[in-house]
Design a binder for this molecule. Structure first.
Ligand code: NDP
Ligand code: OXD
Length: 309
């Protein structure tokens, strides 16, 4: 019985080595070399092609190579009776917290302004606003959102977070539910998106919600590109309502070379690297889930199909 690995962005050899270090007998096959499909019990995947998982009749576990699972749920033929697990990994969370802190601090200390001044060889110091007067709003208070909100509050920012159900996090004001979204946005000078992509959160950052942010607000998106209506974000920046955006994720990845984000002076972008799953760190959870599946148990961090995350 074997595991099928499928990803265009992760190295199968490194993953096979990390998995076999913990489970020496595990047979790892790499898509598209499936072999006999009936022998595949476990799938470890990032962005599987539609129909791939449905073609594995003995599948017991679908394990995401990342924290998000929208890349699996977008498959219209996804077998609904096989448990789907996402990765919850301390190293991935740490990387995300590091990246979000970088983006928020860069905005807070106006590094964009000093880079522009540097290009013009102008020496123009200005005093930063106190952190306690800089209001950060974190959309999504899950594993990563809660860790980022806690870190930012620890630095001294005035932090609030938005979730579906009420959450209690020390030093972080909570706004829960769709009816509290506008109040949350109205107090967020720097907005960080750390939501999962679901039918409910698709396009959550649009002309209306971006307009509900305070004038001069800044948007950091590390959730998914589908959270942002990209034309609305550009309009909000060009119209002067928003001061800019820091983006790691996009509706189309790789971002097409003619996309306006590439050259927009108020947009900082990176190629979906805020958190990269590290095989040596994450393999233990994958192996634990394989062992659980073999025992007929549910995996760790099983995704709730009805909630979509
Ligand atoms: P979790 O599932 O732990 O947390 C999701 C959070 O979003 C929860 O707080 C949840 O609310 C909230 N939420 C979901 N739907 C809604 C809604 N409709 N309204 C309000 N709040 C909602 O996810 P993680 O923190 O582990 O990860 C978040 C996302 O970050 C991933 O799904 C992925 O897309 C992205 N990511 C991006 C990476 C990158 O490299 N750019 C790397 C890793 C992750 P509640 O608490 O009430 O359930
Ligand atoms: C993830 C990602 O979901 O890297 O882990 O985007």
């Amino acid at each position: 019985m074997a595991l099928l690995f499928m990803s265009d962005s992760d190295d199968p050899k490194v993953w096979a080595e990390a998995l076999r270090a913990l489970e020496p007998g595990l047979e790892v096959r790499v898509w598209p070399d499936v072999g006999v499909a009936e022998e595949i019990e476990f799938a470890l995947v990032w962005l599987p092609p539609p129909g791939m998982l449905a073609g594995l009749p003995k599948l017991k576990l679908i394990q995401s190579l990342g924290a998000g699972i929208d890349h699996i749920f977008s498959d219209p033929e996804l077998p609904r009776d096989v448990p789907v697990a996402r990765l919850v990994d301390d190293d991935l969370t740490r990387q995300m917290v590091e990246y979000v802190t970088l983006a928020v601090l860069s905005r807070h200390r106006r590094i964009d302004r000093y880079r522009a001044l540097q290009a013009e060889r102008r020496w123009r110091p200005s005093r930063p606003v106190p952190m306690s007067a800089s209001r950060v709003g974190v959309l999504g208070l899950g594993v990563i959102g809660a860790a980022a909100a806690t870190a930012l509050a620890g630095l001294g920012f005035a932090v609030a977070g938005w979730s579906r159900a009420p959450r209690q996090i020390d030093g972080v004001e909570n706004f829960a539910g769709a009816e509290r979204l506008d109040a949350f946005l109205a107090r967020s000078d720097i907005l960080v998106c750390l939501l999962p992509l679901t039918p409910e959160t698709e396009g959550v950052l649009n002309a209306r919600t971006l307009g509900a942010l305070p004038k001069g607000a800044y948007v950091v998106n590390v959730g998914r590109g589908g959270h942002v209506v990209e034309a609305d974000l550009i309009d909000a920046i060009d119209g002067g309502h928003l001061s800019g955006a820091w983006l790691d994720v996009f509706r189309s990845e790789p971002l097409p070379s003619d996309h306006p984000f590439w050259s927009h002076p108020s947009v900082t972008m990176t190629p979906h690297i805020s958190g990269l799953t590290e095989p040596v760190s994450a393999a233990a959870q994958v192996i634990e889930n394989i062992r659980r599946a073999r025992r007929g148990q549910l995996p760790l961090h099983r995704v709730d199909l009805s909630a979509g995350y």
